[in-house]
Design a binder for this molecule. Structure first.
Ligand SMILES: [Zn+2]
Length: 370
């Protein structure tokens, strides 16, 4: 999230705070402090300290909720990139999706389960703990806050937990994760509009249910539902496609046995694409390495008929390969800032061609316009 500040780490997960969080911290402190001062006038200024502590405990509850998601995800071998506190609560950023709908369900439900458990404990403490005065009030309030946190997050719209639970259920039924996402996005949009409508109605004094907060949350849901619907659309387009489908036509391939002159005449001169390097294949068509076009300058052009491509080959270990039958969605997860291209190979090792991030984008564009 933009402008978030790192404040430490828990279980090896970096914890960030978004500046919007401080606004909420101030508002909640003020809210609780005035409430406590009203309930217990004898507290005086202590009410403010207690208000701040209550607000911080509220956020600790949010962090506990996010840790619930994170620890279950980590047990599935998923990297948790960060936990961020922001204006609407917390967000655990996961490196990847769960592999199965069941795993996805468990990650989603873990957060609300933590909140409901905390509610149970705090409620028991405030009921049976024989607490009195401000302490009882604060514990009672925290119990209620955790209950609200669990219930609010079960609203079935992405990115809320209820949305993820709904997604995992539809995924389980249809067998397709993107259909789960698409469905949960649509439901999220409905709840988003509902929140906005209710918020507006309450501002106009038409209803007692809802507030400006309902309106803001509705807006937040609508924004996110739109984004996840888009992501689901991309996944739908890519599903069923494999690495083979995204191979660049006329990929930069050259046989190790070719002379440099043949290579230049047949592959480089007149090629509309100015490749900096070519994949080199052996007599069986398998990957033997790569050749940099610039390296050809090391050999005088007069010798080009006599020198073979293989004399300039660089080690194949630097080139990442992917089987041609790999689902394209998995290929996308493999690509990143450092790894932007892959050599696509058949089962027997024969090179099919090169695949780049841009070739996947092109494929998507063709699918959209088709
Ligand atoms: Zn959650």
């Amino acid at each position: 999230m933009n402008g978030s500040i790192r404040v430490g780490s828990l279980f090896g997960i970096p914890v960030f705070i978004n500046p919007s969080w401080f606004l909420v911290l101030g508002l909640i402190t003020w809210n609780y402090a005035t409430w406590l001062a009203f309930q217990f006038p004898e507290l005086g200024l202590v009410a403010w300290g207690l208000g701040l502590v209550t607000a911080l405990l509220l956020f600790a509850s949010v962090v506990a909720h996010e840790l619930g998601h994170s620890l279950v995800a980590m047990r599935q071998g998923i990297e948790v990139k960060s936990i961020t506190l922001f204006i609407f609560g917390g967000l655990a950023s996961l490196g990847e999706e769960s592999k199965t709908p069941g795993d996805s369900f468990r990650v989603a439900i873990a957060g609300p389960l933590v909140s409901f458990t905390l509610f149970g404990w705090l409620h028991a403490l405030s009921t049976f703990g024989q607490l009195t005065g401000p302490l009882a009030a604060v514990i009672g309030l925290l119990a209620y806050v955790n209950l609200a946190l669990g219930v609010f997050n079960l609203i079935p719209g992405l990115p809320l937990d209820g949305g993820n639970i709904l997604k995992s259920i539809v995924w389980k039924i249809t067998g397709k994760p993107y259909q789960g996402t698409a469905f949960a996005s649509r439901v999220g949009q409905v709840f988003g509009w509902l929140g906005i409508g209710l918020g507006f109605a309450s501002l106009l004094g038409l209803t007692n249910v809802g507030s400006i907060w309902t309106l803001l949350v509705g807006w937040f849901l609508l924004q996110n539902a739109g984004q996840s619907a888009q992501a689901a659309g991309v996944q739908r387009l890519l599903s069923g496609l494999t690495a083979q489908d995204a191979v660049i036509p006329n990929s930069p391939l050259v046989s190790a046995a070719s002379s440099l002159r043949e290579f230049a005449n047949n592959k480089i001169i007149g090629n509309p694409v100015n490749w900096r390097k070519y994949l080199v294949t052996d007599e069986a068509g398998k990957l033997a390495g790569e050749i940099l076009v610039d390296d050809m300058k090391k050999v005088p052009t007069t010798d080009w008929w006599d020198v073979q491509v293989q004399t300039l080959v660089r080690s194949p270990s630097e080139i990442a390969t992917v089987p041609s039958t790999t689902p394209l969605l998995d290929v996308i997860n493999m690509l990143n800032e450092q790894l932007t291209e892959l050599a696509v190979v058949k089962e027997d090792g024969e090179v099919v061609g090169l695949l780049e991030k841009t070739s996947i984008v092109k494929l998507l564009e063709q699918k959209v316009t088709a």
